[in-house]
Design a protein around this ligand. Structure first.
Ligand SMILES: Nc1ncnc2c1ncn2[C@@H]1O[C@H](COP(=O)(O)OP(=O)(O)OP(=O)(O)O)[C@@H](O)[C@H]1O
Ligand SMILES: [Mg+2]
Length: 494
């Protein structure tokens, strides 16, 4: 037995020890414990079971250094369960058996952090697997390349965006191949510059990339250079596909424009309807009384001619009022299932004989028996008349007019395309063509109401219209109408 003063020193040394140290019996009972980190004795745990105090269990732990030391009779060191990614240390439980003769009397146990060497490899593997999973399941395309542009990482989303399978990208692709027009140099220049997001970093840079099939894809790119010391060794980029985002934005923009257009039409409609009604009565009076005077009085030829002129002008005014009412949709319409081919042939029949059409080749690429659309025949004729006349006027009587009808991709709508080989519509004019009274024709030659009327008609039928044109490349008007759903008796049900 050691002397009391020696024991006292030993206890002091143990209590100043930074780690938690306990002595447990072979039955896991705590016989002694070092002072806590607060410098106070931890007498409250003495006498209790170690698994209960430290692990809140009712029986010994499965992974227990005391158990192992008791089985082997030797000091035991077992790793603690640990999910941290700190690779520099490996937390362990350590247990040292204290013998009395040949019998183990107690165990000294403590937590221990081992500088990892053996565990390092396992941990590296674990963290590598974690990183690999993170990269491969990322929602953005992740591509890393070495200094020569050779691809090092190409995740699943990158495959979806670019259309290369991973092995193909790793073996054959160079990072330069995914940028059109040497854009890679721009990206690298921006990455190396200290101006934007700091040296070696590029954030939210919108750039076009090239897919395997040649498609250009808009991307938001976050990228960085990987350095070893000062030396650039690789680049890594996160490619966010913007196609869907831009499609939605574009659609919203179109809807906004359509709404603005409808609002304009609605307010102008109200105004025009008011004016038209005001004019209708006096016009009726002028026509009626002029006719009466012509019938009842025996007038000389000159006076009769003047009255006929008044009558003709009054009738022209009445027609304009009618057009205005038509345009503002204040007249009653008769909607019924309608064969679009009838409107096309009727309109062409009226127009083809006119001189303006003599040198225009007309190509019809239309469905022979299109499903019916719910429409007002007169309005549809009016629509075709305006669009075809515009085309012929734009071509100045020489060129090719193409009429095409087909089902939309989803099969629910009828698409009508009217194309001409005219001079096209300049970019700055295109947004205004559906505006009421917008015309580029000389004064007196056009009212600028044609297309706004067409717009009103299409809208009235639940359809859409848009114009595609590039100066010098002709113009195409594309109209979509919903089909009428008929039941088997031929009645319209939708
Ligand atoms: N097929 C086309 N090619 C080129 N420009 C066109 C075409 N269709 C319409 N436009 C342009 O759109 C403008 C508006 O057309 P809209 O039919 O509304 O009026 P307009 O033809 O000028 O007059 P109106 O129809 O009263 O004769 C035209 O002045 C023209 O600039
Ligand atoms: Mg017109």
């Amino acid at each position: 037995m050691r002397g009391d003063s020696e024991k006292e020193y030993l206890f002091k040394v143990i209590d100043t020890f930074q780690k938690r140290l306990i002595v447990v019996s072979p039955e896991f009972k705590i016989l002694a414990a070092s002072y806590g980190s607060d410098g106070k004795p931890r007498t409250e745990i003495v006498g209790k079971q170690c698994y209960q105090v430290f692990h809140d269990r009712s029986s010994p732990c499965v992974n227990c250094a005391v158990k192992e030391a008791s089985q082997t009779g030797k000091p035991a060191l077992i790793p603690k369960p640990d999910d941290s990614l700190d690779l520099s240390r490996m937390p362990c439980y350590y247990s040292y058996p204290i013998y009395s003769g040949k019998k183990i009397e107690a165990f000294v146990s403590m937590d221990f952090d081992l500088p990892t060497i053996g565990g390092l490899e396992k941990k590296m593997k674990q963290s590598n697997a974690l990183l690999r999973n993170l990269i491969f399941s990322a929602v953005d395309g992740v591509i890393a390349a070495d200094k020569k542009g050779k691809i090092l990482i190409f995740n699943e989303t990158a495959s979806e965006i670019f259309g290369y399978i991973k092995d193909e990208a790793l073996d054959q692709l160079n990072i330069r191949d995914i940028y059109p027009d040497n854009l890679e140099y721009d990206v690298m220049k921006k990455l190396r510059s200290t101006e934007n997001d700091g040296k070696g970093k590029l954030r939210s840079y919108q750039v076009n990339v090239l897919a395997k099939n040649g498609e250009t894809i808009p991307i938001r790119l976050n990228a960085s250079i990987v350095y070893e010391g000062e030396k650039e060794v690789a680049t890594i980029g996160f490619f966010h596909d913007l196609r869907e985002e831009l499609r939605v934005k574009d659609k919203m923009e179109k809807i906004k424009l359509q709404l603005m257009q409808s609002e304009k039409m609605a307010s102008l409609g109200k105004l025009a309807a008011g004016v038209a009604h005001q004019l209708n009565n006096p016009l009726g009076g002028i026509t009626l009384f002029t006719k009466l005077v012509l019938e009842e009085y025996d007038l000389e030829e000159g006076a009769r001619e003047d009255l006929h002129r008044i009558l003709k002008d009054a009738e022209r005014c009445r027609d304009t009022v009618k057009e205005l009412l038509e345009f503002t949709r204040q007249t009653r319409h008769f909607m019924q299932p309608h064969d679009i081919n009838k409107s096309i042939s009727q309109t062409l029949f009226l127009l083809e004989s006119q001189t303006l059409f003599h040198n225009i080749e007309i190509e019809k690429n239309i469905m022979p028996t299109p499903p019916p659309i719910l429409a007002d025949t007169q309005q549809l004729n009016h629509m075709f008349m305006n669009l075809i006349l515009n085309a012929a006027q734009a071509m100045d009587g020489k060129g090719k007019l193409t009429l095409k009808t087909c089902k939309s991709l989803d099969g629910n709508r009828l698409n009508i395309e009217i194309s001409d080989t005219g001079p096209g519509i300049p970019e700055n004019v295109l947004p205004h063509i559906f505006n009421p009274f917008f015309t580029t024709k000389e004064e007196g030659k056009g009212t600028g109401l044609g297309l706004s009327m067409v717009y009103g008609i299409v809208e009235n039928h639940g359809g859409n219209i848009m114009a595609k044109s590039k100066p010098g490349q002709g113009t195409t008007f594309i109209i979509e109408f919903p089909f009428t759903i008929l039941n088997n008796k031929g009645d319209q049900i939708g």
